[in-house]
Design a protein around this ligand. Structure first.
Ligand SMILES: Cc1cc2nc3c(=O)[nH]c(=O)nc-3n(C[C@H](O)[C@H](O)[C@H](O)COP(=O)(O)OP(=O)(O)OC[C@H]3O[C@@H](n4cnc5c(N)ncnc54)[C@H](O)[C@@H]3O)c2cc1C
Length: 465
């Protein structure tokens, strides 16, 4: 029998966009139903994205630290050669995911959000049928929030299956591959490629662009390139991957040569695309912006009271963007006057070393003579030296307006700099001037002092350089 249900707010997708919207709707007293047909509450980020990848990256870092101690040692610390049982590592990672799944479920329950596990298909903009284990439920709603997220892009000549894997399978392998070829040198491919290199795999990266992480300027990505080189990662830049046959990936190099790369696993990370197919979006009459659902600065689609958040709505496809949109949409539905208009959405690559970018970078201000740029190298920072983060070419860089000193952008590369990202974003969001950062007493010894010093340097009076 088909059940029917009406609700004030219907949310499709329990990723970081959808579940945060759900919690906020509940807090605001809106009658809310949240539908998800995926792996678990938390969507891509929690189940197969941000959290599991950072857990594996952490395990890889730990393994590498012990491996270094076994290989002659550092700081007078030696150890015997480490071993890894990746099945156990993955089980540990899955435990973290389960804990967080349960946490999200608890928060939604507390907010009195009704959660339905099943796949939703829309017949019109405000009505969908959800296929659940216990039969179909037809739901109609006054407001619909679309948060269906994204999925990995598949290459037609290199389809997923067998030893050709996406990031999802890479995060649940039962052993470290002897040889791993990563196709696509964006942040997901690099984060995972570096982690597997630390775990002992031989890694090659095939990237069609002439350089890694092409969205970031070269100064920011150079330290990552140096790490890859120093750790024997084979780089094929400007190269095109082809099919995978008999354990070998066909690659056409920059100068047109056909080479074969041996691989136990081929990890394809050539990007993600919004999930717009297979759930009746075409029946909803919402306008599109290229492959994404078109939204305005309230996250409203072209259809009245249909809202969209997260990866479905465009770049940057980042978890924190979706959550911020989710909160705002809930508040708008509850009658608040809100806009999604951030000064910056900071992005982090959890590579080795890490990269942070917030606001405008040098590529955005090329040719402008009204911008001051200043860099503070981590090799001049006591804290960085004390935690072995001062010798890989890391730095913090600030960009500010020459006329009024308003901060326009902050970037950093170096170990542990991901933890500085929120301080960069806060200063930008508050419209801080260089004098505000310079006038804030930064704790010593911390990595954050590099932000302080870069701002002082932009003002012409850095202390430690
Ligand atoms: C390996 C990896 C690492 C990443 N690392 C980071 C990181 O460090 N930081 C960061 O900010 N971002 C990271 N991301 C990106 C981040 O995961 C996404 O930006 C984020 O998950 C998007 O959230 P979302 O709510 O838009 O959608 P998703 O998280 O994709 O969730 C959408 C949910 O909707 C469900 N769904 C879709 N259609 C339907 C339907 N018709 N019926 C029912 N359910 C449906 C799906 O099953 C899914 O559960 C990473 C991604 C990957 C793959």
């Amino acid at each position: 029998m088909t059940e029917t249900l009406t609700t004030k707010v219907l949310i499709i997708g329990a990723g970081t966009g959808g579940y945060v919207a759900g919690i906020r709707c509940g807090q605001l007293g809106l009658d809310t139903v949240l539908v998800d047909g995926g792996d678990g509450l938390g969507g891509t980020c929690l189940n197969v994205g941000c959290i599991p990848s950072k857990a594996i990256i952490h395990a890889a870092h730990k393994f590498e630290t012990v491996a270094k101690a076994a290989d002659g040692g550092t700081m007078g610390i030696t150890a015997s050669k480490p071993a890894i049982d990746l099945k156990q590592t993955v089980e540990w990672k899955d435990g973290i995911v389960r804990k967080l799944n349960a946490g999200v479920a608890g928060l939604l329950k507390k907010a009195k959000v009704k959660v339905i596990n099943g796949w939703a298909t829309f017949s019109d903009a405000k009505t969908c049928t959800v296929k659940t284990g216990d039969g179909d439920i037809v739901i109609s709603a006054e407001h619909v929030i679309l948060a269906t997220g994204s999925e990995p892009v598949e290459l037609p000549f290199l389809p997923f299956g067998g030893d050709v894997i996406s990031s999802t399978e890479a995060l649940s392998l039962d052993k470290v591959p002897g040889k791993l070829v990563v196709v696509g040198g964006g942040y997901i491919g690099l984060e995972l490629g570096i982690a597997f290199r630390k775990l002992g795999a031989e890694v090659a990266i095939v990237e069609m662009a002439g350089r890694l992480l092409p969205l970031y300027d070269k100064a920011l990505t150079d330290p990552v390139g140096k790490w890859l080189e120093a750790h024997g990662v084979e780089l094929h830049l400007g190269a095109k991957a082809g099919s995978f046959e008999k354990g070998q990936l066909n690659v056409t190099t920059k100068d047109g040569q056909a080479v074969k790369l041996k691989a136990d696993k081929v990890l394809v990370t050539v990007g993600r695309k919004p999930r717009t197919k297979g759930w009746g979006l075409e029946n909803m009459g919402v306008a599109m912006a290229g492959p994404f659902v078109k939204i305005d600065d309230r996250c409203a689609t072209s259809m009245r009271n249909v809202w969209a958040v997260g990866d479905l709505t465009g770049e940057p496809m980042l978890a924190h963007k979706g959550s911020a949109q989710g909160e705002i949409v809930a508040e708008i539905i509850a009658g608040h006057d809100k806009r999604f208009d951030p000064v910056s959405i900071a992005a982090v690559c959890f590579t080795e070393p890490e990269i942070v970018s917030a606001g405008l970078g040098p590529l955005d201000v090329e040719g402008r003579d009204d911008v001051i740029q200043a860099v503070f190298p981590l090799m001049a920072l006591g804290r960085a030296l004390a935690i072995e983060a001062g010798s890989d070419g890391g730095f913090v860089r600030v960009l500010a307006s020459k006329t009024d000193h308003r901060l326009l952008g902050v970037q950093a590369v170096g170990q542990h700099v991901s933890e500085l990202s929120n301080s960069f974003a806060q200063m930008l969001e508050m419209g801080a001037l260089l004098e505000d950062v310079a006038g804030t007493i930064h704790v010593h010894p911390t990595m954050g002092e590099a932000f302080h010093e870069a701002s002082l340097r932009a003002l012409g009076h850095a202390i430690h350089i």
